[in-house]
Ligand binder design. Structure first.
Ligand code: NAD
Length: 363
C-alpha cells in the first residue's frame, strides 16, 4: 500500500502522525511511505530523518492525496483538503465527526473511508488512541498548575511541595480517570497534598491501592467539592461523562469561597468544561482571572509539547496503521473489532451510530 503522511495545517498543531521510526516499520512491511515536506519539523523530525527511514519526501498535500491509498493526519481534514480526498481512499486520523456536521457531510461526499482514531476500541473496551493524549494532558495539568501558582504568573506564590518546615500546597483533582490519575501522580511527585475525587467506588478502591501516600482518593459529591475547594491552592478538572457535556462541578458560588490566587486547570474544557466560569483558551493566551482565581482552560493541551505528544500518539496508532496497510481496511475491520469500531464513514454512508444520531442521518 502507499501510505501518505500529511503535514498538519490546523492552527497551533505541531504534531505529526508518524515518526521516522514508524516509517521504518511501515517500510519493513513492504509499504511505500510518502511524507509531505517539513511534516515532522514541529515535532523535531527533519526531512532527512524521514529519508533515512526510507520515506519519499513529497512537495504538497495535493500529491499525497493523489497518490496514497491511505492518508494519515493528526487532526481532521480542513476544508481546503475536502476536494483532494479520493473515492475509496482511506483517511486515518482524529475526526470527531459528531462535533461537526459540515465535516461529516463533506466527508460523505468524498466516497472515501474514514477510520477515526477516537472511536477505535481496545480489547479491554478502552479507547487506546485517546489514552495517550489524556496521559499527556494530565501530566501537563500538574506542571501548568505548579507554574501558575507562582507569584509572577498571578498565582498565590506557593511551591506545590513546600519545603521542610513549610506546608505543601493542597491540590484537588476532580475525576480519577486517565487525566486525573496522571495529574495526581505528578502533583504527588512534587510533594503536594492531593485529593483525588471520583464517583466510582470501584475506581476509588483501585486508586487507594496504587496511588502514593500523599494522595487521598475520595468519593466525589457537591458537598465534598464545596469543602475541598475552599482549602485548595489548585483544582484540576478531569471528569468525563461519556456522550455528555462535562457537569459544572465548581459553581460561581464556590469560586467566591476559594483562596485568591488559587489556580483552576480545566482539562475537561474540550467537553464544555467542568467549572461554571471556564471558557476555552489557547496556548498563546492560556489564562484569565475570575474573582481573583486563575483559570487555565486550553482545549488542546498536548499541542504545547509536540515532541512528547507525537511519540506518545504514534506509539498507539502505528500498530493499527500497519494492520490496515497490510490487509486493507475491509479485511482489517473483519479481523479486528477495534478497527471495525473505528470505521465512521464508508463510501458515503455513516456507519458509526453516534455520528448518525448527532445529525439524524441513517446508519
Ligand atoms: P476518563 O474516562 O479516563 O476519566 C473520567 C473520570 O471522571 C472517570 O473515572 C469518571 O468516573 C469520573 N467522573 C465522572 N463524573 C464525575 C464527577 N461528578 N466527579 C468526579 N469524577 C467524575 O477520561 P479522561 O481520559 O481522563 O479524560 C478526562 C477529560 O479530559 C475529558 O473531558 C477529555 O476529553 C479531556 N481531555 C482534554 C484534553 C485537553 O487538551 N484539554 C486532552 C485530553 C483529554
Amino acid at each position: 500500500m502507499i501510505v501518505g503522511i500529511l503535514k498538519e495545517i490546523k492552527i497551533e498543531e505541531n504534531r505529526v502522525c508518524m515518526t521516522p521510526a514508524g516509517v521504518e516499520v511501515m517500510r519493513g512491511r513492504g509499504h511505500e511511505v510518502l511524507v509531505e515536506t517539513d511534516a515532522g519539523v514541529g515535532s523535531g523530525f527533519g526531512n532527512d530523518a524521514y529519508l533515512d527511514a526510507g520515506a519519499e519526501i513529497v512537495a504538497s498535500a495535493e500529491e499525497i492525496y493523489a497518490r496514497a491509498d491511505m492518508v494519515m493526519h493528526v487532526k481532521e481534514p480542513q476544508p481546503s483538503e475536502y476536494p483532494l480526498i479520493r473515492t475509496g481512499q482511506i483517511v486515518f486520523t482524529y475526526f470527531h465527526f459528531a462535533a461537526s456536521e459540515q465535516l461529516t457531510r463533506a466527508f460523505m461526499e468524498t466516497g472515501a473511508v474514514a477510520v477515526a482514531y477516537e472511536t477505535i476500541v481496545g480489547k479491554d473496551n478502552s479507547l487506546p488512541l485517546l489514552t495517550p493524549m489524556s496521559e499527556v494532558a494530565g501530566r501537563m495539568a500538574a506542571q501548568q498548575a505548579a507554574k501558575y501558582v507562582e507569584r509572577a504568573q498571578g498565582g498565590r506564590g506557593i511551591l506545590l511541595g513546600g519545603v521542610p518546615g513549610v506546608q505543601p500546597a493542597t491540590v484537588l483533582v476532580i475525576g480519577g480517570g486517565v487525566v486525573g490519575t496522571h495529574a495526581a501522580q505528578m502533583a504527588c511527585g512534587l510533594g503536594a497534598k492531593v485529593y483525588l475525587l471520583d464517583t466510582s467506588l470501584e475506581r476509588l478502591r483501585h486508586l487507594s491501592e496504587v496511588m502514593p501516600k500523599n494522595c487521598f482518593p475520595m468519593m466525589s459529591s457537591p458537598a465534598v467539592i464545596r469543602e475541598l475547594a475552599r482549602e485548595a491552592d489548585v483544582v484540576i478538572g478531569a471528569v468525563l461523562v461519556h456522550g455528555a457535556k462535562a457537569p459544572k462541578l465548581i459553581t460561581r458560588e464556590m469560586l467566591a469561597t476559594m483562596k485568591r490566587g488559587a489556580v483552576l486547570v480545566d482539562v475537561a474544557i474540550d467537553q464544555g468544561g467542568c467549572f461554571e466560569t471556564s471558557r476555552p483558551t489557547t496556548h498563546t493566551e492560556p489564562t484569565f482571572v475570575v474573582d481573583g482565581v486563575l483559570h487555565y482552560c486550553v482545549a488542546n493541551m498536548p499541542g504545547a509539547v509536540p515532541l512528547t505528544s507525537t511519540v506518545a500518539l504514534t506509539n498507539a496508532t502505528l500498530p493499527y496503521a500497519v494492520e490496515i496497510a497490510d490487509k486493507g481496511w475491509h479485511q482489517a475491520a473483519r479481523d479486528n473489532d477495534g478497527i471495525r469500531a473505528g470505521l465512521n464513514i464508508v463510501a458515503g454512508q455513516v456507519v458509526y451510530q453516534g455520528v448518525a444520531e448527532a445529525f439524524g442521518i441513517d446508519c
